[in-house]
Design a protein. Sequence first.
Length: 341
Amino acid sequence: MNVSRVEEPAVLRYAPKHYVCRRAAGPLELDGRLDKPFWEQAQWTDDFVDIEGDAKPLPAKRTRVKMLWDDEYFYFGAELMEDVIWATLTERDSVIFYDNDFEIFIDPDGSSHQYYEFEINALNTVWDLLLVKPYRDGGPPVDAWDIAGLKTAVHIDGELNNPNAANRSWSVEVAMPWKSLVECANDRKRPSIGQFWRVNFSRVEWQVQVKDGRYEKVINPATGKPYPEDNWVWTPMDIINMHYPELWGYVVFGDDETPAAFTLPPDELVKWELRRLYYRQRNYYAEHGHYTVDPAVLMGNESWTIDPQIDCTSRLFQISAASADGQGTFYIGQDGKLWSE
């Protein structure tokens, strides 16, 4: 059996960002603009940072998002400041991040399996897919899956694909129907007030130049390929990989009475420590050719809040720990899925 190593994020403390998502006061007429009454009650997220967090400088161009919800839709509004507005891909389910783009990631049940990825460019071309598992756990992505009833719009403050234009920004509105998103949710239900889903956002930004009156990617002469893209995100990953759902932010669904402050539930730290042991158990196998049944081997001299138990065979492992209140148990297995009983 081949078990590959899993990169453990350079996270010194577990502190994903959070956002209290209010109920919308009325229906949304999508035109890509965010300067209208529908969005007035929604707060902006923090400005995006580099995907590697504090390890890299802050992005040169601001990106931020608003969210709202109602009984039918989960709404997103994104503002991307940009003086170079370009896009080339026009066919749905193209690999949109080959252009500059805006991306949404949603894990409804927080298990890190069965989650959604959505990408959109300035031409309003979208790519939506379902991930059965993260790529580190074998995937696969389901490209044929579509968000039924999806609504999107793009507004350009400037001019698309015109290097001579006075470009300032482009903005995106997205309305995702719950009837599609609940496919991977607990009990196949949309969230209720006080519940949260795991969400993150990414902006892909390529280095481009103007040649013969058109934008084109800058080629690295050493490789003959474009320079690597920048990845700017809402909650940092501390690793160049968006497909670590356990690191995404917390979107809390509320109403006008819901406090803006959010305290991380104690069980989330239990889940995070189990996840860290999963990384290390995978890497232990990659180095030694078998799993360990001794938690101390994986935990080292660091401080932990859980007292884990490990069960394993030659091919499988399961790590468990009590919930914060001691009334339940959380589990994680070799495929990375986390669940509770």
